[in-house]
Write a protein that binds this ligand. Sequence first.
Ligand SMILES: O=C(O)C(=O)C[C@]1(C(=O)O)C=C[C@@H](O)C=C1
Length: 288
Amino acid sequence: MMEHSTRGAISYLGPKASFTHLAAARLFGDDNLKPYTTIPECIEAVAEGAVDYAVVPVENALEGSVSLTVDYLFHDVELYVAAEITSPIEQHLLVHPDNRDADAFEAIYSHPQALAQSHKFLYYTYRSTPLEQMTSTAAAAKMVSELPERAIAAIGNEFSAKTYGLTILERNIHDFHFNHTRFFVLSRDNQKLGLPNHKGDVKTTLMISLPADDRSGALHQVLSVFAWRQLNLTKIESRPLKTGLGDYFFIVDVTEDAAARMMQGAFEELEALGCDVKSLGSYYRYEG
Ligand SMILES: O=C(O)C(=O)C[C@]1(C(=O)O)C=C[C@@H](O)C=C1
């Protein structure tokens, strides 16, 4: 059932103090933010009109794409990217203050991305401790705060430690220093969110399916469309089309506005080549 639109509300992968919450609050302030438990729920909220924007993670510098987000945008909804925000990610090991002196943990809980980003630390320090997946780092922190009788730990950010009254047992446990995550701000409208602090340049995200005839050189032809027009790609990645092994679509990020003349030419040529192009629109970048 369609919920009533709350004008100006923004869904994010919650609960409070997730990395997605921090990214959403940096762009929109904290007033109109609505936490949802999963990425599909956040995306459906904007698709159905319950909120005006959704903020969801899309790519991490250490772990790569958040496939759930990418696949959902390709297969399940017709939405646009209104903005991109890139945030530094620092993972800490968090415990309930009652368990700060625990010798060992029953389990360590976090979002799969956070567990993966801290893989080496966990391997060398807590090799025999079970790792349990949660819907977000903040959900893990919240749960640890509610179960002081269990010797369990969470991986999450400093704000979640403060929010849920946890002790930081070990700081910066992510395996590589340069840890950043990109978040998409999604909208039903093909529009750019132009806040004063944007970085100036515009990006466009395209999802391209190659012609069905499976001819050799098709990907080369697609790349040539961009290359000779000097359209710079910041990302190309394949994802399964889910129609059989060997069937892919390509996510391509271009540092140009979809309205630019060269891009219009690129769209026409891609169509002439027999490609299906789903444009997620053009957007400004933000950092913070
Ligand atoms: O778990 C969170 O706190 C989130 O906001 C999700 C998420 C992700 O899916 O990548 C966001 C940033 C970090 O990379 C780790 C987890």
